[in-house]
Design a protein around this ligand. Structure first.
Ligand SMILES: N[C@@H](CCC(=O)N[C@@H](CS)C(=O)NCC(=O)O)C(=O)O
Length: 200
């Protein structure tokens, strides 16, 4: 594994925070590169898809936020310890990807009606994710005693959705809420949540 991987993103949580959290959870140093819009305008033409985030590793570049998160999780042993556990992680991560789509819609929703519509759709996706989490959860975390990419992806997207959709009622999803509470109580995570840059 490369000594220091470099995550390149903007100074926001959005699609970059899941990977930052993985590094923090594993206690692994990384370069947390946060570009300004001016720096991005200059850098954009040289990137694979003209989009961020990117992960630089051993002179190579990975794009697509969930490909990055999966790569980092595999490198840091946060992807389960068997093919079955990896599939369990994937089921949650794919559900989070569906929630992320709602996050993007929420970000661009302008009117109260649009926000209400996104909140309704998000509640449906959360309900099915809750049902899945009830079936998969093996302990304090999805895989049991140790947090993985699954809990990290869940925490990251729920945090964003709660900021964007004030009417979201998380008490309707007790299993997800408990997983997230347990996740925020992991000392390395709690420390990052207290000390990370104050961004949106
Ligand atoms: N599917 C891509 C989407 C990437 C994406 O939409 N990135 C946005 C920021 S969240 C971006 O690079 N915006 C700047 C631009 O398009 O110039 C992923 O998950 O990484």
């Amino acid at each position: 594994m490369s000594d220091q991987m470099k995550l390149i993103f903007f100074d926001v949580k959005a699609r970059g925070e899941v990977t930052r959290l993985l590094f923090k959870l594993a206690g692994k140093d990384f370069i947390d590169c946060r570009l300004t819009m001016e720096e991005w305008a200059e850098f954009k033409p040289s990137t694979p898809k003209g989009q961020l985030p990117l992960l630089e590793v051993d002179g190579k570049v990975i794009c697509e936020s969930f490909a990055i998160a999966r790569y980092v999780a595999r490198e840091l042993n946060l992807y389960g310890s068997s093919n079955w556990e990896a599939a369990v992680v994937d089921m949650i991560v794919e559900s989070c990807s569906g929630l992320f789509e709602q996050g993007v819609r929420a970000y661009y929703a302008k009117t109260e009606d649009e926000k209400a519509e996104v909140t309704k759709k998000t509640a449906e996706v959360l309900q099915s994710t809750e049902k899945l989490a009830v079936q998969l959860k093996k302990g304090k975390f999805i895989l049991g005693d140790e947090a993985s990419l699954a809990d990290t992806a869940l925490y990251s997207i729920i945090e964003i959705l709660q900021e964007l959709l004030k009417d979201l009622k998380m008490d309707e999803y007790p299993t997800i809420s408990e997983l997230i509470k347990n996740y925020t109580e992991i000392p390395a995570v709690a420390d990052w949540l207290k000390t990370r840059p104050d961004n949106k």
